[in-house]
Design a protein around this ligand. Structure first.
Ligand code: G3P
Ligand code: CA
Length: 252
């Protein structure tokens, strides 16, 4: 598996702004990502989907309906149709006019300022999205440049294995949903063959799980912490990062 971007450094708890600072501004917009930088988040987490004409867009849901004034699926709308939508008003009138960003735009605006935790949201819907994401990173020299902080993650393990084959130098995260059974050793051993991070739902987090992930020389950044009490409790643990809607809860 690829080296961690901070390999060799002492373990430090990274603050990851979930969909940008999405507690303060509409998720996955320039407004929420700017807010994350302003709050000195270490990483911005973003979700990627593809437009009908193959542009990589930064939006969480497969459909535009929850976070814009439009209707339909991202994959059925062209780049221009998606760009005409308002991605801010649903959150608050003061964000009217925010657009769905492109991945290119986010890379160019933030890569020098902040790490990017890039989630391939529904890669099974978008054959070839791994290569497209690789191409966007490669065209900016970000594959071999270990000064920049990029992690690619997904719940879809097939996609992450594919991405690792295409770009073995890029750190990979496996996102794990909550199940009462937890995560088995066999699963962790399998993730280890291509991943550097196991990023579970916060309800799966225990000291034991953290130790089992670290024993395998992987890292753990759970999602998504939205309250101060959990942020405080998680700060006491030996985690590698926390994905949060309110990144200032940690910095405070
Ligand atoms: O960083 C992990 C987290 O973003 C996964 O859940 O639904 O917010 O994309 P979701
Ligand atoms: Ca996400």
């Amino acid at each position: 598996a690829a080296p961690h971007p901070q390999k060799g450094a002492a373990r430090s708890m990274l603050t990851v702004a979930h969909r940008g600072a999405s507690g303060y501004a509409p998720e996955n917009t320039i407004a929420s990502c700017d807010k994350a930088v302003e709050m000195k988040a270490d990483f911005i987490e973003i979700d990627l989907q593809l437009s009908k004409d193959g542009r990589i867009m930064v939006i969480h849901d497969d459909s535009v309906e929850r976070t814009t004034n439009g209707k339909g699926n991202v994959r059925d709308l062209t780049f221009q149709q998606l760009r005409n939508l308002d991605a801010g008003s649903w959150f608050h009138d003061s964000f009217a006019g925010q657009k769905i960003p492109t991945f290119d735009e986010v890379l160019d605006r933030y890569i020098e300022k902040c790490g990017l935790l890039i989630e391939l949201k529904s890669p099974a819907l978008y054959p070839g999205i791994e290569q497209k994401v690789f191409d966007a990173l490669a065209s900016r020299g970000l594959i071999e440049n270990r000064q920049t902080k990029v992690i690619v993650q997904s719940f879809d393990t097939h996609s992450m294995k594919r991405f690792h084959e295409i770009a073995p130098a890029i750190p990979i995260g496996v996102l794990v949903k909550f199940t009462p059974k937890g995560i088995s050793n066999a699963q962790l051993d399998e993730y280890k063959t291509y991943a550097n991070y196991v990023n579970p739902n916060k309800r799966l987090v225990s000291k034991k799980l953290i130790a089992r992930i670290h024993e395998r020389d992987m890292k753990i950044i759970p999602y998504t912490i939205r309250d101060r009490k959990t942020a405080k409790a998680f700060l006491q643990l030996d985690l590698d990062g926390i994905t949060m809607d309110f990144p200032d809860y940690i910095k405070a």
